[in-house]
Design a protein around this ligand. Structure first.
Ligand code: ADE
Length: 244
């Protein structure tokens, strides 16, 4: 998989050379390139932002450097015919395990790190004519920019690449793989500071263990993430949102 990351803080993406993505690069599964958006500015100050049309607080990232960056990355040797543009933004669709699994099937991702109040919307609108575009949010909170979100997205995607994880079973067992949170896990010693490992896990009875784990997953999900068990279907009807 090829990854092009564009940011005004390329150093922020250094962790991509460490840990999981670093290993994937050394294995040849991943080709990561980090670019400085300011390399596509044309003025002395290397300006990437300007005031918002319509007024309001903060600054908006200008479309021209982004347009030039995408033009060059799409024309570069080794670029896919139609790469996927991932734009992390608090106003994106939720970035879920299912989205990570979908992105893991793509040959070429371009990840655009916004800063300030975001990127001029025309960048995404124009890119949609030549790329698959995914505006994603990693959670209901606001970060200062897309860099940390890109690190999260890349790690979630890369560990799903075929041939990456040593233990493929741990991918199917983990939280969110089946729409449930993972059951609690334990290791030796069986007794620690007065806390015991649940007896069933010492029984060697695989059917009982599987049933216990499933129960624990359901109970944990009901308590911590009831929304995963009973997702309310929200539908848009014109300008109004209602529960279906
Ligand atoms: N950029 C700023 N906040 C973000 C969030 N919550 N998710 C993705 N990108 C972001």
């Amino acid at each position: 998989m090829r990854l092009d990351v564009v940011s005004i803080f390329p150093d922020y993406l250094r962790p991509l050379d460490l840990s999981l993505p670093g290993r994937a690069q050394r294995n040849g599964l991943l080709d990561v390139r980090v670019h400085d958006l300011r390399d596509w500015t044309g003025d002395r100050h290397r300006t990437v932002d300007d005031t918002p049309y319509g007024g309001g607080a903060g600054m908006v990232m200008k479309p021209e450097p982004w347009g030039a960056a995408l033009d060059e990355l799409l024309a570069a040797p080794g670029a896919a015919q139609r790469p996927t543009l991932v734009v992390p933004t608090p106003s994106g669709r939720p970035f879920t395990q299912a989205v990570a699994a979908e992105l893991a099937t793509r040959e070429h991702l371009v990840l655009a790190c916004g800063r300030y109040e975001g990127i001029d919307q025309r960048v995404v609108d124009e890119a949609a004519g030549r790329m698959e575009v995914r505006e994603v949010s990693i959670g209901d909170y606001v970060l200062n920019g897309g860099e940390v979100a890109v690190l999260a997205v890349v790690e979630a995607v890369v560990r799903l690449l075929p041939g990456f994880m040593g233990n493929a079973e741990s991918l199917t067992e983990e939280s969110h793989a089946a729409g449930l949170l993972e059951y609690p896990v334990y290791t030796k010693p069986a007794s620690w500071r007065g806390h015991e490992v649940p007896e069933v896990l010492l029984s060697g009875d695989h059917a009982r263990i599987a049933a216990w784990r499933h129960e624990q997953s359901v109970a944990r999900t009901a308590e911590r993430r009831p929304d995963l068990l009973h997702p309310a279907r929200v539908v848009a009807t014109g300008t109004e949102l209602r529960l279906a």
